[in-house]
Design a protein around this ligand. Structure first.
Ligand code: MUC
Ligand code: MG
Length: 375
C-alpha cells in the first residue's frame, strides 16, 4: 500500500509591514499592515504557504491578527496533524467540525494546502480549482490619503504610468457633505480618463445613504460599495431600487448563505468576492456561483493582503468566466517591502499571475524574520 502523505506541522508568524502612506478608511487609518503568514509542512517534505490578513486590528472585522495566530496554533493546527495533506476538501471539512467561523484563519490553511498540492503535482493553484481562463486580472487602486489634492496627484501619476485607470475612494469617516465634495473634486479632475468608485464601509444610515448616493450619482461615480451596515440586506435592496448607479455588497456578502439571501432579495448589483471573508478559495467560488446564477456581477476584492493572500485570491478569481468589475488586488503595492522573493508584477492596469506551481511564490525567510513581530 502507498504511504499516505500527511500534514506534520503548521507554523504561524505575525508580520508587520509599513504602508507607503497612511491609508484612511471609515473605521481606521492604517500606517502598517499586520499579516499572519503560515507554513504548512507535509510528510513528503513539501511546504505550503498561506496568509490571513485583516484591516486595523479588530476595527474592520471580527478576527484580529493576534486572534488568528492563536486560533491557528491552538485549534486548527492540532486538528490537521497526521491527516491526509492531499485531500483539501476533507481537511477543510475537518476544520469546519472543530471550529465555527474563523474564516480568515481557515482561508490561510486552505491556501497553504493548495500551494503544497500544486507543488506536489506541478500545477498552479488555479489548475486545481478547475483551470485559469486568464493569466492577467485588471486591478484598481484605492486613493485614501485623506487629502483631495494628494489623491488627485496620486491618480495622475498612476494613470501616466498605466498602472491603474480605476480608482476607489474610501469615504464615511467625515460629514457626508465633506466626503461628497472630496469625491466630486476627484471625479471632476479625472473626468472620463478614469472610473471612480466609492466604498463607504457601512458608515451611513439608510437615510444618509439616500441623499449621499443621489449626490454621488450626480457627480458621475461609477459604483457604490457597502453604503450601510452589513446586516441590513433589505436596506441595500431598497437603495438598489432607487438608483441607477450600481450598488456593490462587500461586508454583507461573506458566506454562500449571505450571497443566497442577497440574491433572493435583489439587494446587490455586484458582489465583492474575498477569499478570506468567505473562508477560503473554494468557498469564495461558491459565492461567485450564486452571483452568476442570480445575474449579479462579480468583483475580486481584497482585505489588503500582501503578496501571498493577493496571489491566492488571483488564482481563485482567474478561474471565473467573468469579473465584470475587475479586481482590487493591489495590496502588495501599498506596502514598503515584500516577504516573497518574486513579488507579483503589475503593469498595463493588470496583475500578472505567476507561472510556477501552487501559488507560484517563493517565501523570503530573511525578510519574513526581519518583519516578524516578536513578543
Ligand atoms: C474594503 O472594504 O473594501 C479594499 C481596498 C481598500 O482600500 O480597502 C479594502 C477593504
Ligand atoms: Mg469594501
Amino acid at each position: 500500500m502507498k504511504t499516505p502523505i500527511t500534514i506534520t506541522k503548521v507554523e504561524s508568524f505575525i508580520i508587520d509591514l509599513p504602508t507607503i502612506r497612511p491609508h484612511k478608511l471609515s473605521m481606521t487609518t492604517m500606517q502598517k499592515q499586520s499579516m499572519v503568514i503560515i507554513k504548512l509542512y507535509s510528510s513528503d517534505g513539501l511546504v505550503g504557504i498561506g496568509e490571513a490578513t485583516t484591516i486595523g486590528g479588530l476595527s474592520y472585522g471580527e478576527e484580529s491578527p493576534e486572534g488568528i495566530k492563536l486560533t491557528i496554533d491552538k485549534y486548527l493546527a492540532p486538528a490537521l496533524i497526521n491527516i491526509d495533506a492531499t485531500n483539501i476538501q476533507s481537511a477543510m471539512t475537518q476544520l469546519s467540525k472543530i471550529a465555527k467561523g474563523n474564516r480568515l484563519s481557515k482561508s490561510a490553511i486552505e491556501t497553504a494546502l493548495f500551494d503544497a498540492q500544486g507543488k506536489r503535482l506541478n500545477v498552479s493553484m488555479a489548475t486545481l480549482l478547475g483551470g485559469a481562463v486568464t493569466d492577467t486580472l485588471p486591478v484598481l487602486w484605492t486613493l485614501a490619503s485623506g487629502k483631495t489634492e494628494q489623491d488627485i496627484d496620486e491618480a495622475e501619476k498612476l494613470l501616466a504610468i498605466k498602472r491603474h485607470n480605476t480608482f476607489k475612494l474610501k469615504i464615511g469617516s467625515r460629514e457626508p457633505a465633506v466626503d461628497i465634495a472630496h469625491v466630486s473634486a476627484i471625479k471632476k479632475a479625472l473626468g472620463n480618463r478614469a472610473k471612480v468608485t466609492v466604498d463607504v464601509n457601512q458608515a451611513w444610515s439608510e437615510s444618509t445613504a439616500k441623499t449621499g448616493i443621489a449626490a454621488l450619482q450626480d457627480a458621475g461615480v461609477d459604483l457604490i460599495e457597502q453604503p450601510i451596515v452589513k446586516e441590513n440586506h433589505r436596506g441595500l435592496a431598497r437603495l438598489r431600487e432607487k438608483f441607477i448607479v450600481p450598488i456593490m455588497a462587500d461586508e454583507a456578502v461573506a458566506t454562500p448563505e449571505d450571497a443566497f439571501d442577497l440574491a433572493c432579495l435583489g439587494a446587490a448589483d455586484v458582489f465583492a468576492l474575498k477569499i478570506a471573508k468567505s473562508g477560503g478559495p473554494m468557498a469564495v467560488l461558491k459565492v461567485a456561483a450564486i452571483g452568476e446564477a442570480a445575474g449579479i456581477a462579480l468583483y475580486g476584492g481584497t482585505l489588503l493582503e500582501g503578496s501571498i493572500g493577493s496571489i491566492a485570491s488571483a488564482q481563485a478569481f482567474s478561474t471565473l468566466r467573468s469579473l465584470e468589475w475587475g479586481t482590487e488586488l493591489f495590496g502588495p503595492l501599498l506596502l514598503t517591502d515584500d516577504i516573497v522573493a518574486n513579488p507579483p508584477e503589475f503593469s498595463n492596469y493588470q496583475l500578472k499571475l505567476p507561472s510556477g506551481p501552487g501559488l507560484g511564490l517563493e517565501l523570503d525567510m530573511d525578510k519574513l524574520k526581519h518583519y516578524q513581530r516578536r513578543e
